[in-house]
Ligand binder design. Structure first.
Ligand code: G3P
Ligand code: MG
Length: 248
């Protein structure tokens, strides 16, 4: 297998349990706990701005409503993406993808960008996020682009073939190895419940790295590390991670 440049531990949604998910505040919090790699969800506004948001709608994590792909960035930029979490984070804005790139580069942090398209936006989002990532990270360690949506990864591959890609799996559907092969992935990222030593060895045998989400239990993490896992995405940034002394 080729050398793997990414840290073992990744903070999920930018450490988005103790701070509002997918905001710069969450990245700051995760970095404060020693994390040097993050996962976040990226989608597009109507006018094509790449920004961080998990859901297909704005209600749960912002002061807005409706679908983000039917609003321009100038409208989305005014929303409160922190007050839903706790008063201390009120008025925290939705971050542009470019701001997260700047934060990661300034702090020596790696990034796993989950391409999280609004429904029907798979190809447009995959291509745009890849192009923006290539521009923002030119000459530095690129982010790992991942997605549950093969169509988004195919568009990312066609737009920027040199960027590393990973297929996300919440279940091992029938022809996932063939799809992963055709997408030219470097890694498979599964729900941790699917991952065991046999699967890790199978992935490694095909030259793919093995990562998992979202591990918040120390015993599970320890078992996966013993099995040879390459990356662990966690919410539990105060209990698990690089400061725990497992490996940087
Ligand atoms: O990228 C791994 C993980 O974030 C996938 O699940 O729903 O938290 O985006 P979700
Ligand atoms: Mg995600």
């Amino acid at each position: 297998m080729k050398p793997w440049p990414y840290p073992l531990w990744l903070a999920h949604r930018g450490a988005g349990k103790l701070a509002p998910e997918n905001t710069l505040a969450a990245f700051r919090l995760g970095a404060g706990f020693g994390f040097r790699a993050f996962e976040c969800d990226v989608k597009l506004s109507r006018d094509g701005e790449a920004f961080l948001l998990h859901d297909d709608t704005l209600e749960r994590t912002t002061s807005g409503s409706g679908s983000p792909d039917s609003q321009d960035w100038s409208e989305l930029a005014r929303l409160d993406a922190g007050g839903w979490h706790s008063p201390a984070y009120a008025a925290e804005p939705l971050p542009r993808f470019a701001q997260i790139a700047a934060f990661c580069q300034a702090n020596g942090c790696a990034l796993n960008v989950e391409i999280k398209p609004c429904p029907g936006e798979e190809a447009r989002t995959g291509a745009a996020v890849a192009r923006e990532a290539a521009r923002l990270w030119a000459g530095t360690l690129p982010p790992l682009l991942s997605s549950f949506k093969p169509e988004a990864l195919a568009a990312a591959r066609d737009a920027e073939p040199a960027l590393p890609r990973a297929l996300l799996l919440d279940e091992l559907w029938d022809d996932w190895p063939e799809v992963a092969e055709s997408l030219g992935v470097v890694a498979i990222v599964t729900n941790w419940r699917l991952m065991d030593r046999a699967l890790i060895e199978r992935l490694h045998g095909r030259g793919w790295r093995a990562l998992v989400y979202t591990v918040n239990d120390a015993d599970v993490a320890e078992r996966l590390v013993a099995d040879g896992i390459d990356g662990i995405i966690t919410d539990a940034v105060d209990r698990l991670g690089p400061q725990e002394g497992r490996r940087p």
